[in-house]
Design a binder for this molecule. Structure first.
Ligand code: HEM
Length: 381
């Protein structure tokens, strides 16, 4: 069963036995017609607004400012596997509880980090489609914060962007694989490896050369230890951009010349572990997305694939596309992944699915090329 289906069904079972309503920010994917009806009954449907446009002032500026103080987590705040979004929530660029609409996500990543508008839209709508609640137009950055104890580790916490096999995936730089039980908390051992690689290949800084080598190392580690390692489609595409973000977006926007895109590790730890801007942090000096992704991918090109039947058996599988084959990735994402999560949507769910699918296509269009038409698994009206 797809993890999202299991999650929605589990939530619904809990909800059904109590007076609780289905959480307004949890995905409805995988519920059957009857279950959907019951879950949607208690929700407040929302017409998604069009995506926000680019910033009017898109230069660097102080973002660790008095209007956005860092605050420690409160009981029940949601956090997840993305160090960028965790930081934005802990500074109040996103609602501090970790739940927001796609429009709020786009505004926050632009304002807080100067992520460029197309990248912000692609990341947001892809994630919202697989992890968000499409009826209420809300998405969470993870799940209730709970620390992993030494003995024994608690089960992986699911929900929102913690959901494995959606936008979250294997071979992350600072988080373990879901197979190992915790795919979203900061992992000190993996951080130590990132530091080693930065010392070895970056003179003590994280940069694109480090990213290329570390990306390769994390992939080899998952091939060797995770029998369920899956590196197809969306995951093959996101790992590369996400390895570039620390260089492009976590470095202070006032750095220029040879210092540009060189992330010092004290600042890195501040984002990755403490969900906090380094004191006095300035955002990127121009709108920035996956800068240097081609360099990272080109360092050790690995085709999409997965382990089949156990560890150390990586079998290439390009059926869902991946980095460098955006049209196939887009088409299969819609026809296979989304259609699999929502086989027969009706009413407001179908309307909002269609709107969000349109937002994804518009955002991806510049990378898809002229011969990659939009696909409409749920019709056009
Ligand atoms: C709305 C936009 C965004 C969404 C929906 C999003 C979502 C995610 C998710 C779900 C992951 C986990 C993937 C995984 O490792 O399994 C992730 C990873 C990551 N994100 Fe974001 N993100 C967004 C914007 C940003 C921004 C603005 C930054 C930096 C300023 C950022 C930096 C990162 C980094 C560095 C990772 C990799 C973490 C690792 O491999 O350990 N993200 N993001």
């Amino acid at each position: 069963m797809h993890p999202n289906r299991l999650l929605s069904a589990t939530i619904l079972a809990v909800v059904a036995g109590t007076a609780l309503a289905f959480p307004s920010y949890e995905s409805l994917a995988g519920l059957t017609g009857r279950q959907l009806e019951s879950a949607i009954q208690g929700l407040n449907p929302k017409l998604p607004p069009p995506p926000p446009g680019p910033l009017s002032f898109s230069g660097t500026k102080l973002v660790d400012d008095p209007a956005h103080p860092w605050r420690p987590l409160r009981n029940g705040d949601l956090r997840g596997p993305c160090p960028g979004l965790n930081t934005l929530a802990s500074h109040g660029y996103l609602p501090r509880d970790g739940v927001a609409s796609p429009a709020q996500f786009i505004t926050a990543v632009q304002e807080g980090f100067n992520m460029d508008n197309p990248t912000a839209r692609v990341a947001t709508y892809l994630t919202h489609l697989v992890d968000g609640n499409l009826v209420t137009d809300l998405l969470s950055i993870g799940a209730k914060t709970r620390r992993t104890g030494p003995d024994p580790p608690p089960p992986a916490i699911v929900g929102g962007m913690n959901n494995h096999g959606t936008f979250e995936g294997d071979a992350s730089l600072s988080r373990g694989d879901a197979f190992d039980g915790d795919n979203h908390n900061f992992n000190q051992t993996l951080w130590d490896q990132l530091v080693d690689y930065s010392n070895q290949y970056g003179g003590g800084f994280y940069n694109l050369t480090v990213a290329g080598e570390l990306r390769w190392q994390r992939t080899q580690q998952s091939i060797a230890t995770n029998p369920e390692f899956d590196f197809r489609g969306l995951r093959h595409f996101t790992v590369v951009g996400q390895a570039s973000f620390p260089a492009g977006l976590f470095t202070d926007g006032r750095k220029t010349g040879a210092d540009k895109h060189q992330l010092d590790l004290v600042s890195g730890l501040s984002f990755f572990k403490h969900m906090r801007f380094p004191a006095g942090f300035f955002r990127a000096s121009e709108p920035t997305g996956g800068v240097g992704s081609d360099v990272i991918f080109g360092a050790h090109p690995v085709l999409p694939g997965r382990n089949v039947g156990g560890v150390n058996n990586y079998v290439v599988d390009t059926s869902l596309g991946g980095f460098g084959d955006f049209c196939k990735f887009y088409t299969e994402f819609v026809n296979i992944t989304i259609k699999g999560l929502y086989p027969n949507p009706t009413g407001v769910l179908r309307r909002n699915l269609n709107l969000n699918l349109g937002f994804v296509y518009d955002a991806l269009a510049p990378r898809l090329g002229a011969n990659c038409p939009q696909v409409f698994p749920y019709g056009t009206n």
